[in-house]
Write a protein that binds this ligand. Sequence first.
Ligand code: MSP
Length: 510
Amino acid sequence: MSRTFYITTPIYYVNDVPHIGHAYTTLAADVLARYKRMKGYEVFFLTGTDEHGQKVEKAANTAGETPLELADRVVKRFQALWEKLNINYSDFIRTTQERHKKGVSHLFTDLMAKGDIYLGEYEDWYCTPCETFWTETQLIDFKCPDCNRPTEKLKEESFFFRMSKYQEALLAHIEANPEFIQPKSRRNEILSFVREGLRDLSISRTTFQWGIQAPGNDNHVVYVWFDALANYITALGYPETAGKLKDFWPADAQLIGKDILRFHAVYWPTFLMSAGLPLPKRIFAHGWWTVEGQKMSKSLQNVVEPNMLIDKYGVDAIRYFLLREVPFGLDGDFSHSALIHRINSDLANDLGNLLNRSTAMIQKYFGGIVQAPLEMTGIDQGFKAKTEAAVNQVESCLEELAFSKALQSIWEVISAGNKYVDETAPWALAKDPAQKERLGTVIYCVLESQRIVYHLLSPFMPDTAKKGLDYLGWSGAPSEDQLQWGLLRPGTKIIKAEALFPRIEEKGDI
Ligand code: MSP
């Protein structure tokens, strides 16, 4: 098998419909998956839905449906959105699928056989919206320290996972692998959490029904996080160790939001250690989006619905904005004015304008036919070097999941392209027949740079990249060997580009 790359998103709860927070993680994963595919990796990109647990059961009761009816209905919303957002995943796992349930039962049984699961009694404070138990000292005014909602005291018989046993091993792993939890600030948070000591974890419930039955004990359903986290291996066919599990596990990148870091960076690795499986190479926690400065919430009625945004501004404008506006790992704010500003200045002015003016010039001066570049002067060489440097910058930025920086370095080339046109002034060269060859070379350079730019953009904005490359006379899937300067062939017919991104009126459109 060639080089492989396994990337995952969280699996989304079906008690809520998708919003930009969900779209964000999935989109980031899609960009990385597309980039790695372009670089020749065999990519497995997993997403899905988390369908068990009390939260889903309660939502179904309120809606007058069975939990599965609710899940069947909401899962379609997620899948439709991913299609509309141009998400090219390899597999979509639902925790209600047989393959998953079988894998979870196996994991539970295996950990029990290893002596890491035992039956005990639980008494603590439970926050249903977060599906989390808290000790009394962790509560703030008896409310959940994460979401500030009321908690209830629960006492129940429960299976426990011996998480405490893995404290030292986990600490040693985090310390020895600085890449394991990112960004660094999140890694530090987890380090201090683990150093404070790990308690055994309650991993079953008896107070409701909607979940996977604990193997050998009908009174218990498996705790929703034990169930959900296992998706990352059940989707690869676990417990079957041949096949996908062998090819793709451990995951190369597990992308999550900062709110679910502890589950992924503490619980999940200790389950894996107990199961004797290697730990994921990297868990990356991104920040949260607020909307026009406020927390997104149903009660504030400010939940940003991605479908509406895509209908209004187009899928690639949204893909671009979400990854450009905020460095991955930090919190950010979504505002319509910031979105419109990005579309007008980066997409319409910089990107669209360069394609427009350069494809128009080649029509005017050479009937749309690419000329052979002859002597490259200093200014041409500088521009070429800038384009080539961006190829390496995008590579190293995406290695760090710095999506915004990667886009910034692409935009430096686009700005350099516009500047190059201004400085070489093809319209002036066109007036002098003796400069015909020079004019051909200048136009070659500006088109060739864009051919590389659109390849680099293809993971971020697949439709736009395809359009751009079509105009530049290049058809075919973007691939790594196309990232070199000099592949635009003289004689290629270039088509005059329409505006890729029409400008949006700032007033009255918000
Ligand atoms: N089902 C669990 C995950 C289980 S993974 C084994 C879950 N689901 S969720 O639907 O509530 O959230 C999924 C993801 O959406 C999380 O990574 C969360 O951080 C992200 N976001 C939810 N709201 C968000 C914002 N406002 N901004 C950015 N991301 C946000 O948790």
